[in-house]
Write a new protein. Structure first.
Length: 276
């Protein structure tokens, strides 16, 4: 494998995973052997375990604002040790994405523009050295690949070109006075983040009808803050992701409503009458 170019300033490396702190520390140890302090940034290492679609939504939202040329490592990998490939995606803005080829990288790659994807061939990566195992590619494959890319190695030097697995975040469907979609993320507080854009709901709307999962249709307040809901009340509001969120003030909507990521949602609202 060709070596990184001399004189190239190391890139930032971000880490996103579902592996928790102990395994993340092992990935950081690999990166620290090559990169100066401050070059590695944790995004989230407590992503929902094995939830590829939910992780893909979150990684896209977390990583999209980083500088062009950043190396993003994503380890949500229920198929580790199996038939799925390990890949590096070269993006049009100069960023590189490293992780399993199960679709978790694709939504972010699509936003940044896919220039090419390459299989990480471990025989090139390790250059004759034995791998530690087959159950933790985050440490044994993705972190070494990311370190090389951060030092300037071209993604094409990692292996042959491949077509990455495409995973697309589900799209909401809009109606004249409503929309349907899905819960795409349950956050740390139990709030249900949907894929329905907040700006689809007309300004000034105070109440919406909502059916979540297989539950009944509820009439809920639509507010601009958790405080304005009032303690322990269920309501809707705009999330920081730019989509409609269902929340329980000082409580957990996921528990109250008994739903999680992937649950369907249906919203209805009335357009405010025109004045004049």
């Amino acid at each position: 494998m060709s070596r990184p170019r001399a004189g190239v300033r190391p890139r930032l490396v971000t880490l996103s995973s579902d592996v928790g702190s102990a395994y993340t520390a092992q990935m950081k140890a690999v990166l620290a052997r090559s990169l100066d302090p401050g070059r590695v940034v944790d995004l989230a290492n407590d992503l929902p375990a094995h939830s590829v679609e939910e992780a893909a939504f979150l990684v896209r939202a977390m990583a999209i604002g980083f500088p062009p040329g950043t190396v993003h490592v994503v380890v949500v990998d229920p198929g580790v040790g199996g038939r799925r490939l390990s890949i590096a995606i070269d993006c049009r803005d100069g960023s590189r994405l490293v992780g399993p080829d199960n679709g978790v990288l694709y939504p972010l790659a699509s936003e940044l523009g896919v220039r090419g994807a390459y299989r990480i061939e471990t025989e090139r990566l390790h250059r004759g050295r034995a791998r530690v195992g087959t159950t933790f590619d985050g440490r044994d494959v993705f972190a070494p690949a990311a370190a090389s890319l951060a030092e300037g190695l071209a993604p094409s030097a990692l292996g042959r070109k491949v077509a990455p697995h495409e995973l697309r975040i589900p799209e909401a469907h809009r109606r004249r006075e409503g929309a349907s979609g899905y819960v795409v993320h349950v956050d740390h507080f139990g709030n249900l983040v949907t894929n329905v854009p907040t700006d689809w709901i007309p300004a000034g709307t105070r109440r919406i009808k909502a059916r979540i999962g297989q539950g009944p249709t509820r009439t809920l307040p639509f507010v601009t803050s958790y405080e304005s809901l009032g303690p322990h009340r269920v309501g809707g509001l705009g999330s920081s992701f730019g989509t409609v969120e269902l929340a329980v003030a000082l409580g957990r909507a996921s528990g109250r409503l008994g739903v999680g990521a992937g649950s369907p949602v249906d919203f209805r609202w009335r357009r405010a009458p025109r004045v004049g």
